[in-house]
Each structure stands twice: as C-alpha cells, then as structure tokens.
Design a protein around this ligand. Structure first.
Ligand code: SF4
Length: 329
C-alpha cells in the first residue's frame, strides 16, 4: 500500500477508537476499504451483523440503501455513510409512487398477490412490500414464506426475479429493473474466456441475465458463491461473473485458486460506480466530521417491520428514534 494510504488507514484506525465505531464493508468495496473493516459481507450478512454491533457508531461502507437498512435495524446508533450519493441502479428503477400505482392496478384487476422486494430498493418501496429479500434468502422466502395461492410481484430486479421464478416454479410478476453492473456482462466475452480456460468453473450472481446464468457452473448470491468456492480443495480457475471487487475476498480466503473476472481483467466495467464513490479519504472524513449521517425517515417505521420479519431470525425488536432532519450531509 502506498505510504499516503498507509497514513490514511492509520488515521481511520485512530478515529475508530476515538469515536467508538464499527466499520462494516460490502464485498463490492475496494480491497483497501475491506481490509480496514471489522465486518465484511453481502447485504444479508451485513444487515444481520449490524444488529449485533455494540459501538455507538456504525460506519457503513456500501451504498445508501444498505446504510438505511443498518439504521432501520439500529435506530439508536449513529450510522455514517462516507458518500450519501452512493446509490444503486436497482433503487432508481423502482420509484415508490410508480410501484404503489401498479399495486393498485393489480388489485383493481383482481390479482391476489404479495409484494417481494429485493433489499436493493428504497425504504419507501420496502414499506410497500410484504417481504424484503437478498440474493441469499430470496429462494427460501419465495418458496416457504409467501403463502401458496398468492401471485408474487417481485421488484425491482427482473433477472434475480426470473431466476427465482425458474427455481421455485412460483407464479411471479417481474418488475423491469436491473443492476447496471451485472446487466452488461457480455455472453460473447464469457464464451471467449471459457474457450481460453476450458478447465475453469464459471460462478455467477443471479443478478446476471439468463443468457449468462445459462453458461454458469454455479449460480448463487455472494455468500453462497464464497461457500461454493471454499468446497474446492485442489487449485482451480474460476471465471467470476459478479462485481469485480468480490474477487478480493475470494483471494483472501482461498488463495490457492485463480480468479478471472468476467468480462476480463483489463476492463473495469464490472465495478460498481456507486460503490466506488466511497474512498479511504471519505471514510476518514465521515468519522472525523460525524457526517454524512443517515437519519431516521418517516417511512423507516413500516420498512423496518418488513425487514426485521424477513431477514432476522428470530426478529429483533427495533424501537424507532424520531429525528427531525432529513439525511444529513
Ligand atoms: S452492483 Fe448493482 S445492485 Fe449493487 S449497488 Fe451497484 S448498481 Fe446496485
């Protein structure tokens, strides 16, 4: 690590002690941020771990909907997000007012349905839903928690929805949203890589389109992918069809294997530009200045109930804290 980054990392570790912070980082953050985190994980793991944090401050290195989730599950804690503009194309694809109108139309047309939303959605969308899922528990919720006899309106990721519909056979209506990172993986590039590395195993995230998943040896959410790779003892090549920073964690845990990012190591279009807004400097500054902070929003009250019963087992009681300002910066 260059000396300047070493200095910033040292400052971050000092500040962490000074303000009593726990750093949570998503696997899609740059390796230098993950290296400083107390906990790394996918959305499901981070949401669950956030409820076990003792410190008064959580620094959430990820995107806004994730930090909001941490706040909803920890109303009394101060949740800092290094860059409040860190959004998500899936959140943008499903505005709450549009979803509400669509739900009303479905009801008026006699549909009996429950709404299942991917965690990559706004708090208002979560509040309009019956269940919130991650790629790690979507199959279980759709299979076992949504009562039979109901259609499922799945928002906002059409690719994850199509995958879950395929594996569960449930009757699902899919919202037309997608992740800008997984959406652009090219089948041509993947097939070229498979030809160049015939022994390699392809692992893919279910946010990828069906044409990519059709050529994967394993499809699963981030934690499932880690578990799958961990089941190989002999050195193996993996073609990884998900956000490229994920390979940092795979390399750290299972260094005996070789990881090649799809569409290719020379291209950085498989990195999420929203996640990339968080830098070491911004992590340091949010701890130094106590902002940007994610503050309680009115829609969090309903959204947290849906979140808690969907993701926490057993559900954790969360008591709201009322604050009178919108998101701080
Ligand atoms: S990788 Fe895709 S789903 Fe994840 S935060 Fe970025 S845009 Fe959203």
């Amino acid at each position: 690590m260059p000396a300047i980054l070493d200095d910033i990392s040292a400052e971050i570790l000092d500040l962490k002690k000074k303000i009593g912070a726990t750093i949570l980082a998503h696997y899609y953050q740059e390796g230098e941020i993950q290296a400083l985190a107390d906990i790394t994980g996918d959305s499901l793991k981070l949401a669950r771990e956030a409820t076990k944090v003792d410190s008064p401050v959580i620094v959430f290195c990820g995107v806004l909907f994730m930090a909001e989730t941490a706040k909803m599950l920890n109303p009394a804690k101060k949740v800092l997000l290094p860059d409040l503009q860190a959004g998500c194309s899936l959140v943008d694809a499903c505005p709450a007012d549009k979803l509400e109108r669509y739900q009303e139309r479905l009801r008026a047309n006699g549909h009996k349905f429950q709404t299942v939303c991917y965690i990559n959605s706004s708090a208002k969308v979560k509040a309009l839903s019956d269940w919130v899922v991650t790629s790690g528990n979507a199959e279980d919720v759709v299979r076992n928690k949504v009562p039979q006899g109901y259609e499922i309106l799945f928002v906002p990721d059409k690719h994850l929805g199509a995958y879950i519909k395929d594996v569960t056979g449930r009757d699902m209506i899919l919202w037309d949203g997608s992740c800008m990172v997984h959406e652009i993986f090219s089948l041509g590039d993947l097939l070229k890589m498979k030809k160049q590395h015939p022994a390699a195993k392809t692992i893919a995230h279910p946010e990828c389109p069906a044409n990519i998943l059709g050529h994967a040896d394993f499809t699963g959410g981030t934690e499932a992918m880690i578990k799958h790779v961990g089941s190989f003892t002999a050195p193996t090549e993996f073609l990884v069809a998900t956000e490229a920073n994920m390979m940092w964690e795979l390399q750290r845990r299972f260094p005996q294997h070789t990881y090649l990012g799809v569409p290719g190591v020379s291209c950085s279009c498989n990195k999420c530009p929203h996640m990339a807004r968080n830098t070491l400097e911004k992590v340091r500054d949010c701890m130094k200045f106590g902002k940007p902070e994610v503050l309680w929003q009115p829609e969090f009250d309903k959204a947290k109930e849906v979140l808690a019963r969907s993701l926490l087992n057993p559900p954790v009681a969360v008591t709201p804290v009322v604050e009178d300002h919108p998101h701080g910066d």
